[in-house]
Design a protein around this ligand. Structure first.
Ligand code: NAD
Length: 372
């Protein structure tokens, strides 16, 4: 039976609307081959929302997102809004949205596609075959803990932040990591600094306990400094990397450098009910409005949305296979060096959408939602 999925669409600023248009094109392609229908509802976030409503996350956008099964976001920000107060800048809208949707886990895959192995900051023989996902806790830890602030004591100022993790916060993100590992190569590497930090000691204890319910998944613990080295030395040794908020922030940027262009990297932020999908990159004001942006990060985020929020694994795989095939054929936007003349944002979107349709027509990728 074909369903109807409600998707909130927040294009945002800069190249956001350009890359989102290409993501939606691929969803339309799925409708075309008899998949479920999508109802898109657009909302404002970031700088465009400030211009229209004076705030970066208007109540109407929150209501659109709450009614949707998934949220697809482009990017926010730009020099026009850089001089605003920190609490009323475009980026604040994004942070508020994550809080309002209670998305407590962020997934960032880093996969080195064979056709682009030469783009990595590392030598091809080191990175070839890298395929990992960082599962980062998103709502706790040192970014939110109290006390925090800059205080004066004995005539000197001191900056204070506090890392706090409650057991249930560690448990829920750990379950997500083990469940994801079960769908992949069945290995979780949990990252901490348990030799120094009490919060990390609790982290390690709780992750070990949760791991006992997933006997089929291998669990290893690594100190964050060791993990940072191993990401460069042996990136292929990782499958699922489970981290707290701050370690994940840093390690996910390090992992991004393994794969090449920032225009390729998708992300998903998940809660109990909501899913927020967005490319890792920002609004790229330097190329905005010129039809030069790479839409692949957004299209790959659409694939994650189909997988994690809409239970359409086969359609997700079809999109990912289409992206890989198109890159293998040498089709490139200007951010990726290649032999052929680069194509525009819209052309790249068209080619991937057409390829997705072709793949979906083959029985292997039939797009029906899978039974839950
Ligand atoms: P950026 O990611 O926007 O751009 C960095 C560089 O990568 C630029 O040279 C840009 O042209 C290039 N680039 C980025 N995405 C690309 C794509 N899809 N295709 C081709 N090239 C691409 O980061 P920045 O320049 O530091 O930030 C610009 C604005 O975006 C700032 O206002 C920043 O606050 C905001 N930002 C938003 C998000 C978000 O919305 N999630 C994330 C990061 C930065």
């Amino acid at each position: 039976m074909h369903g109807m999925f409600k998707v909130a669409v927040l294009p945002g600023d800069g190249i956001g609307p350009e890359v989102i248009a290409e993501g939606l094109k691929v969803l339309r392609a799925i409708e075309e081959v008899g998949g479920p229908r999508f109802r898109f509802q657009a909302g404002l976030v970031g700088g465009c929302a400030i211009d229209a409503t004076a705030v970066p996350l208007p109540p109407e956008t929150i209501s659109i997102c709450n009614q949707a099964q998934a949220v697809l976001l482009g990017a926010v920000g730009g020099p026009r809004w850089d001089s605003r107060r920190p609490d009323n800048r475009p980026e604040t809208g994004l942070l508020q949205l994550r809080q309002r949707l209670k998305v407590y886990v962020n997934l960032r895959p880093a996969r080195v596609i064979d056709a682009l192995v030469g783009l990595s900051a590392l030598k091809p023989d080191r990175v070839r075959g890298t395929d990992l996902v960082i599962v980062r806790e998103l709502m706790g830890g040192i970014y939110f803990g109290n006390p925090r602030g800059i205080f004066s004591k004995n005539g000197e100022r001191m900056g204070v932040n506090t890392e706090v993790y409650r057991e249930h916060e560690i448990e829920r993100v750990a379950h997500r990591a083990f469940q994801l590992a079960r769908q992949r190569r069945k290995k979780v590497t949990s990252v901490d600094k348990a030799n120094v930090l009490e919060s990390s000691r609790l982290w390690r204890e709780v992750v070990t306990r949760v791991g006992e319910s997933y006997r089929d998944v291998e669990l290893e613990h690594l100190y964050v400094d060791n993990c940072a080295m191993r990401l460069i030395d042996r990136p292929t040794s990782f499958d699922v990397l489970l981290t707290n908020n701050m370690f994940g922030d840093i390690l996910s940027d390090e992992a991004a450098m393994l794969t090449g262009s920032i225009g390729l990297l998708p992300s998903a932020s998940l809660g109990e009910r909501s899913g927020l999908y967005e490319p890792v990159h920002g609004s790229a004001p330097d190329i905005a409005g010129r039809n030069r942006a790479n839409p692949i990060a957004t299209i790959a985020s659409v694939a994650m949305m189909l997988r994690h929020s809409l239970r359409m694994e086969r359609a997700a795989l079809a999109i990912e296979a289409a992206i890989e095939k198109v890159l293998k054929q040498g089709v490139r936007t200007p951010d990726i060096p290649g032999r052929k003349r680069p194509v525009s944002t819209t052309r790249m979107g068209n080619i991937i959408a057409q390829e997705t349709v072709k793949l979906l027509k083959s029985s292997r990728f039939h797009p029906e939602p899978e039974a839950s």
